[in-house]
Design a protein around this ligand. Structure first.
Ligand SMILES: *Cc1c(COP(=O)(O)O)cnc(C)c1O
Length: 216
């Protein structure tokens, strides 16, 4: 499995070469991969891991997190309100905050478990009906609601450019919106576009296949 460490180190050196002026976090997206794949990264004390399903994350990570308390687990997939309770228990960051109902439910469970999570607001830039996320024009109002009414710890915006998008323009727009809201972090960039995302002030890269290989 040293190929996983090799790929991971290559990404780290690309980040160094990019001369990004902020601290860059790599989220190793381990969805659909087993412990065999994850273990080498845990052994080198890697901190950030990502999953996109509550059930899969729960069965894979509950014990691992108990034994490795430095690990931070990120929810990067669509989150239904009825899974918010479980999500608050196992995740440390949620990148897919995309509705008032979800925000309300998450905060109710933060109080229940006396645990605060960190959040990214997912933006649906193109208002694509099949994609989740807050519409561009409503982000400001939604952010204000989450911060002031719910006292949520919002780190920044998150977005996934559609396949046919001009990714540069897309990243630029999200990055400027993030800046205008004075948010400290930004969740942009996956295996195929993380180097570009670094040019647009991303601080959390979500990288799966680039580290673990192709998913089946
Ligand atoms: C799967 C996934 C990733 C990682 O994708 P790769 O192309 O494998 O790097 C990043 N973000 C989200 C939201 C994902 O679902």
């Amino acid at each position: 499995m040293s190929i996983i460490i090799d790929r991971f180190n290559k990404i780290k050196s690309n980040i160094l070469l990019s001369e990004a002026k902020r601290a860059i976090n790599i989220i190793a997206v381990s969805k659909m991969f087993t412990l065999d794949h994850i273990k080498p990264l845990i052994d080198i004390k890697h901190v950030h891991f990502g999953e996109n399903k509550v059930q899969e994350a729960d069965s894979k990570w509950s014990a691992l997190k108990k034994n490795n308390q430095n690990i931070k687990l990120h929810m990067i997939g669509k989150l239904q309100s009825n899974k918010a309770k479980k999500a608050v228990q196992i995740f440390d960051y949620i990148h897919s905050l995309d509705s008032q109902k979800l925000a309300d439910t998450l905060v109710k469970n933060e109080k229940l478990f006396n645990k605060k999570l960190k959040y990214f607001i997912q933006v649906n830039l193109g208002s694509e009906s099949q994609k989740s996320g807050i519409k561009y024009k409503e982000v400001d109002q939604f952010y204000t609601y989450c911060r002031d009414e719910l006292n949520m710890d919002i780190l920044g915006l998150m977005a996934i450019p559609p396949n046919n998008a001009n990714t540069k323009e897309y990243f630029k727009t999200i990055s400027e919106l993030n800046y205008s809201l004075n948010l400290p972090d930004l969740s942009l960039g996956m295996t195929n576009d993380y180097q570009l995302a670094l040019n647009y002030n991303s601080t959390f890269l979500r990288i799966g296949s680039g580290i673990f290989g192709e998913r089946n």
